[in-house]
Design a protein around this ligand. Structure first.
Ligand SMILES: NC(=O)C1=CN([C@@H]2O[C@H](COP(=O)(O)OP(=O)(O)OC[C@H]3O[C@@H](n4cnc5c(N)ncnc54)[C@H](O)[C@@H]3O)[C@@H](O)[C@H]2O)C=CC1
Ligand SMILES: N[C@@H](CC=O)C(=O)O
Ligand code: NA
Length: 817
């Protein structure tokens, strides 16, 4: 025998009911079963509200009841053929007539006792189940309507009655013995010995089903609802949540305690006592296996689910004098219990000098008053401080029975929270070691849940949440690359990259679920685009509060670089090709590195030098492994190399500079390249990475920008003015040519001084062979002494740069697994 229970949403309308019938039809050849039904979705609430209205003299209950009546009539008409309808319609009509009288009575005497409320509430199940039983007969089932008041005996605690199992079990067995057929049973309701109607409290229909399962020694109990079982976390807050295939009874109870609303602990007791397996199944996805709750735990998983509870406040009870006061905690909990406050979590210092409690926020006034009354003298004497309340808190709890036997769950939990900048206000671990709970601020709840979910369930699967400022040449190329590679990364590397914020200098836009990267709009065209404001961009990023947030700066802006500190403070990683931050003052450079270390966030900038070529990482590896840099000699500008090598081919200088810009090699303003500034920044960064105390003043720079071109209205005017200097540059080239040499714009660093400028090199020099946008870096170190380490390749351009930025992003994905 199986017991199946269908909740209110499963029978909310004729369409859903047909799905239920399909499920029952499919069950028909799998042995005997019995069915428990709830009221049609929402009916009980309307009945109870209407009673309340009637009691308060509000006549609008009449209309509400009329709507309910029509809804039931309508369901009958849709499920039962016309020739069989009249008996069922009569049953419904008689019940509604009775309800009308009942409500009128409440309205007149302006009183509605718990006993009356139970009676009112019973109509929902009595109506739904009768109609469903009749409809099942029509479908060919040997259905027998059973009003559970006939068999479930309770005490007279109306609203939440206690079952007398010995009488109930006998009555159930008798009824089943004397009435062969498919029993179709009302959930939620029962009766006292005197025949008064009672109800079984919250989720009472589940309880009814468990009572029958227990009495009948059912082989299993199936709870059919509108979700596919118990999920690893609240799917509205954690998009990657999934159904937990199997839970132990204790885990299920623990999870439901902290908010997984699928089942209520009390309802499981009768089934649990008998060891009856409980399946949680989805009426709207019957093929889904759902969750099995039983005594076993074959998965061996450390944590089964992450649950949460909002609307929490912390009460801090503290005082130096408390150490001497006897039985503080007994008095605190006594006072709270007496005033009916339910303590959700306790965390106490072993000295009793401070006690921290989490309670529901609505109970704060009651609780505060109770404690302050209890300790009125201690507070007056200054032995105890007045109770401090911290509100807007939430609890996250990791639940799993296997924690008992395996250390490490709490380590992983708090590491995940810490890494994502979630502040933990209080911690408690149940002595049963079934759950570890942490109190966090409500604002951090979603991030905390996602961080924990990722740490425990998706440790191989990581989502990076990007915020991209600077959707220019490099930024756009980056988006395109991510779009093209995303599926493969998801499939083969368990890495997903989403972009939630985009901005250029004029506009910014955000997308909670991540922009569609294949058709990513420009910031100005995106839905909800706003004028760009860096402070607001960062504030929005923080507010969205994703775990694994990454700020990607693809601008050349000083303003953006200046914001890195506040971004790191918010525990957001930074990836950037923008050199401004690392080439400012030495103090700022050091401070950023320290801050990144202190806050445990990554700051990656491989593309600061030679675009995607692995220069920074290589140098960092050399330094970490104890090498010392003696000399760096390098061509560090793709655009300058392009300009001075292409220009050999007979194109005018001004024209070739324009080409370099068009090919995406130059800085947004090409004078940053021609002036040697860009190269100076790069050699400065290399020197600093080589652990040298290098300042900008330590670099001598030869600028290639003619004096009269330094200041112009815009870049276009600069190009115009540059034409007048084509002759001078041709002469430079001719001089080199006559000596059989080539012009190379180089940087050297040795003995703490750097030099940046144009040189003429002969064919014995390694730079002689460079072409196009090539860069070449020669590291002479203690280890690479006789022959330098050489890195060469294209060092500018959209693709090679975006690829380097992308590689840094992927590196981030790998770091924190
Ligand atoms: N082009 C290349 O080959 C390489 C470039 N880089 C670096 O990449 C960065 C970007 O270069 P490109 O994409 O070529 O420049 P770009 O001029 O095409 O794009 C820069 C973008 O940043 C935006 N922007 C500027 N200031 C901003 C601000 N304050 N707030 C928001 N957005 C702002 C602009 O509107 C534009 O969309 C630069 O720092 C550059 O030095 C690094 C290596 C190679
Ligand atoms: N403008 C730079 C590219 C970025 O670093 C160059 O030409 O090398
Ligand atoms: Na690089």
């Amino acid at each position: 025998m199986k017991v199946l229970k269908f909740g209110g949403s499963s029978v909310a309308n004729p369409e859903n009911i047909r799905k239920v019938f399909d499920i029952l039809r499919a069950k028909s050849n799998q042995g005997e079963f019995t069915v428990v039904f709830s009221a049609f979705g929402g009916v009980t609430e309307v009945l109870l509200q209407s009673a309340q209205k009637a009691m308060l003299g509000d006549k609008s209950y009449v209309d509400q009841i009329k709507i309910l009546e029509d809804r039931h009539f309508d369901t009958v008409k849709k499920l039962i053929p016309i020739q069989l309808q009249s008996a069922v319609l009569t049953f419904v009509k008689v019940r509604f007539n009775e309800l009308e009288d009942l409500f009128h009575g409440i309205y007149l005497i302006k009183e509605c006792s718990p006993r009356t409320l139970d009676y009112v509430g019973s109509f929902g199940e009595r109506l739904s189940t009768y109609i469903l039983a009749e409809a099942l007969k029509v479908e060919g089932f040997p259905a027998i309507y059973l009003d559970a008041r006939e068999v479930i005996r309770t005490n007279a605690r109306f609203g939440n009655a206690k079952v007398d199992f010995s009488i109930t079990n006998d009555l159930i067995l008798d009824f089943f013995h004397n009435n062969p057929g498919l029993k179709v049973i009302t959930g939620f309701i029962a009766s006292t010995e005197k025949g008064e109607t009672t109800t079984l409290g919250r989720s009472g229909s589940d309880y009814t089903a468990a009572i029958f399962a227990s009495a009948l020694q059912a082989e299993d109990l199936e709870i059919w609802t509108d979700v596919s079982g118990v999920m690893t976390a609240d799917p509205r807050l954690v998009y990657t949540a999934f159904t937990i295939p199997q839970l132990t009874y204790s885990e299920a109870m623990e999870l439901s305690h902290f908010g997984a609303k699928v089942i209520f602990p009390a309802t499981m007791q009768p089934a649990m006592k008998k060891g009856i397996p409980i399946y949680i199944k989805n009426t709207f996805d019957p093929e889904n296996p759902g969750t099995l709750i039983n005594g076993d735990d074959p998965s061996g998983k450390l944590i089964k689910g992450i649950s949460s509870m909002s609307g929490i406040s912390l009460l801090n009870i503290e005082g130096a004098g408390l150490i001497e006061v006897l039985g503080v905690s007994r008095r605190v909990f006594g006072a709270l219990a007496d005033s009916g406050v339910n303590v959700v979590l306790i965390s106490q210092a072993s000295s009793e000098h401070s006690i921290c409690l989490a309670i529901r926020s609505i109970e704060v006034p009651k609780a505060k008053e109770a404690i302050e009354n209890e300790f009125i003298y201690e507070i007056r004497n200054g032995e105890m401080d007045p109770v401090v309340v911290v509100s807007n808190m939430a609890i996250v709890a990791a639940v799993g029975e296997n924690m008992k036997h395996n250390p490490g769950a709490s380590g992983r939990m708090f590491q995940a929270l810490g890494r994502n900048n979630v502040n933990v206000y209080a911690i408690a671990q149940g002595s049963s070691e079934l759950n570890i709970s942490a109190v966090v601020s409500q604002a951090d709840l979603q991030k905390a849940l996602n961080a924990l979910h990722e740490a425990f369930f998706l440790s191989d699967n990581k989502v990076l949440h990007l915020f991209l400022v600077g959707v220019g040449l490099i930024g756009k190329a980056l988006i395109k690359m991510i779009a093209n590679q995303r599926e493969k990364l998801q499939r083969e590397n368990d890495l997903d990259i989403q972009i939630h914020g985009i901005a250029n200098s004029r506009f910014m836009a955000f997308h909670e679920d991540g922009f569609d990267l294949k058709n990513c709009p420009a910031p100005e065209d995106a839905k909800g685009a706003k004028p760009m404001n860096l402070g607001k961009f960062i504030a929005q990023m923080e507010e969205m509060n994703f775990s694994n947030s990454v700020f990607v700066d693809c601008t050349a802006s000083q303003e953006v670089a200046d914001a890195y500190e506040s971004i790191m403070e918010a525990k957001v990683a930074i990836v950037t090709p923008n050199k401004k931050a690392n080439s400012g003052s030495l103090e700022k450079y050091k401070e950023l590195k320290k801050l990144a270390y202190r806050r445990g966030v990554k700051f990656l900038y491989e593309t600061n030098v030679a675009a995607g070529l692995p220069v920074i990482n290589t140098l960092q590896d050399l330094m970490l492994s104890g090498d010392k840099v003696i000399r760096i000699e390098a061509v560090l500008s793709g655009s300058m190399n392009y300009i001075f090598s292409e220009f050999e081919k007979g194109v005018s200088f001004s024209e070739v500079v324009r080409q370099a810009k068009e090919k995406g090699y130059t800085e947004p303003d090409p004078r940053d390249d021609l002036s040697g500034m860009d190269v100076a920044r790069k050699i400065l960064i290399l020197g600093r990475e080589a652990e040298q105390e290098l300042h900008f003043e330590d670099i001598s720079i030869q600028s290639m920008v003619p004096k009269d071109c330094e200041k112009t209205q815009d870049v276009e005017e600069f190009f115009e003015k540059l034409k007048a200097h084509d002759g001078e540059f041709s002469r430079l080239l001719d001089d080199a040519k006559t000596k059989g040499e080539k012009l190379r714009f180089m940087a050297t660093l040795e003995n703490g001084k750097a030099k940046v400028g144009l040189n003429s090199v002969d064919n014995s020099h390694p730079f002689f062979v460079l072409k196009g946008s090539d860069n070449m870096i020669l590291f002479t170190t203690e280890r690479y002494h006789d022959f330098p380490m050489i890195i060469r390749g294209p060092g500018a351009g959209a693709d090679v740069t975006a690829a380097g930025v992308f590689a840094d992003v992927i590196r981030l994905g790998n770091y924190s697994r």
